[in-house]
Design a protein around this ligand. Structure first.
Ligand SMILES: [Zn+2]
Length: 109
């Protein structure tokens, strides 16, 4: 069982949370301008590292807030912080990380 440290509530059991996937995946600014391959990449392709991974969690049975943590995919150690170092409680800041935003701009006029 994971113990996840909610920035608002403190450490809680994993069962109180819902997994939100990889942090820092920005929604394309103009989805209609993407090719099918770029749209598929946005929808389905995520990093799958062996090691530290930034991910979003939702405290469903607590404060009902989204936040970002770093989790080691082998040891499941969890540390606070998103790709930009922020936990962004209550916001979507992790989704707009610059390194992810530029990924979907290629090939656009
Ligand atoms: Zn909480």
């Amino acid at each position: 069982m994971l113990h996840i440290d909610c920035p608002w509530c403190g450490p809680r059991d994993e069962i109180e949370f819902r997994y939100g996937g990889q942090a820092g995946v920005a929604c394309p600014e103009d989805p209609a301008a993407l090719t099918d391959e770029e749209w598929a990449e946005y929808l389905f392709m995520r990093d799958n590292p062996k090691g530290w991974f930034h991910e979003r969690w939702f405290h469903a049975a607590g404060c009902r807030t989204w936040f970002t943590v770093r989790r080691h995919t082998v040891t499941h150690e969890i540390k606070p912080g998103g790709p930009d170092g922020a936990t962004d409680p209550g916001g979507g800041r992790g989704r707009d990380a610059p390194e992810r935003r530029s990924r979907f701009r290629r090939g656009r006029a």
